[in-house]
Ligand binder design. Structure first.
Ligand SMILES: *[C@@H]1O[C@H](CO)[C@@H](O)[C@H](O)[C@H]1NC(C)=O
Ligand SMILES: *[C@@H]1O[C@H](CO)[C@@H](O)[C@H](O)[C@H]1NC(C)=O
Ligand SMILES: *[C@@H]1O[C@H](CO)[C@@H](O)[C@H](O)[C@H]1NC(C)=O
Length: 270
């Protein structure tokens, strides 16, 4: 009896040993699997040892069945563009990267092949957002309009390329940070719309502005898009001409001092 048990244990051990070394026998596993996503262009990206194996990527959402990604069947690259596959956007997706021999072997079942899972990724909640373009215009000596252009995304609806606003709708706000030039004190406002009116600025003062997409419904880590360049208006009296801009160079991205929250989205703008 005792020897039978020992034999069984030994069998289990041998079996495990054979499975793990099979991977070392020239079948490269996908490693360092990660999602890279910007403005809803979503790429699954991995590293692997050089070999003549190919990869097939399948995906599933919410524990549904696995579906092969049409664009990534038996590919030799170590990346897979899933932008057009992961729809609807607001779902948690997992991917599975299967290593297959370069010459198709119909006797091998999928379950026997080496494969590697990705982490779970929700494009709607986790895709990074690039910097927006802003136009700053002085209306009078104490009022300024900040106009924000949505970045276009890589998502299409029929022939139309969707903007950030088309996708995020009311979930999309903008954070606008401004400061008097030369001063370190910064103020924040949150705008529900792409146009914000900032009034009660000190007359005759030069101010600088920057903006970023802000999505408070997302997890903290992914709420902020990249910041725009600074746009500054000179403080000349009754002479709101010219706008200077320069790109960010080592300034703090996180406005710290006494944030002032105004909402301009609901009332008339002008
Ligand atoms: C988003 O950007 C951050 C900072 O550059 C990066 O660490 C992260 O991997 C990016 N996430 C995605 C999904 O691309
Ligand atoms: C994975 O993504 C990183 C960052 O975007 C990129 O530098 C790298 O070339 C990608 N690797 C592959 C295999 O595509
Ligand atoms: C601000 O944006 C609105 C709507 O996109 C546009 O009609 C208006 O001309 C823009 N104003 C400036 C100063 O760019």
């Amino acid at each position: 009896m005792a020897s039978l048990k020992t034999g069984l244990y030994l069998g289990v051990c041998l079996c495990a040993w054979i499975i793990t070394t099979a991977d070392d026998n020239g079948v490269p596993r996908a490693e360092n699997v990660r999602w890279v996503s910007l403005d809803f262009k979503t790429i699954l990206n991995w590293t692997t040892e050089a070999s003549d194996h190919v990869f097939t990527v399948r995906y599933s959402s919410d524990d549904s069945d696995w579906t092969d990604s049409d664009d990534c069947i038996r590919v030799s690259e170590s990346e897979c563009d899933l932008t057009h596959t992961l729809k609807p956007l607001n779902r948690p997706y997992s991917a599975d990267i299967i290593t297959e021999p370069a010459i198709m072997d119909y006797d091998i079942s999928l379950e026997m092949l080496t494969h590697e899972y990705s982490s779970v990724f929700n494009p709607y909640l986790e895709s990074n957002i690039s910097a927006v373009n802003i136009i700053v215009e002085a209306l009078d000596e104490s009022t300024v309009i900040v106009n924000i252009t949505d970045p276009l995304t890589s998502v299409h609806h029929y022939d139309k390329q969707l903007s950030l606003r088309d996708i995020l709708k009311k979930d999309l706000k903008y954070k606008i940070t401004y400061y008097k030039s030369g001063s370190t004190g910064k103020r924040d406002i949150i705008s529900d719309t792409n146009m914000a009116v900032l009034s009660q600025l000190d007359a005759g003062q030069s101010y600088c502005f920057m903006a970023a997409a802000f999505i408070p419904s997302r997890p903290k880590r992914t709420q902020h898009g990249a910041w725009s360049v600074h746009q500054c208006i000179p403080g000349g009296k009754n002479n709101p001409v010219g706008v200077e801009s320069w790109s960010l160079g080592g300034c703090s991205l996180h406005p710290a001092h006494s944030p002032l929250h105004h909402r301009y989205g609901d009332g008339p703008l002008l």
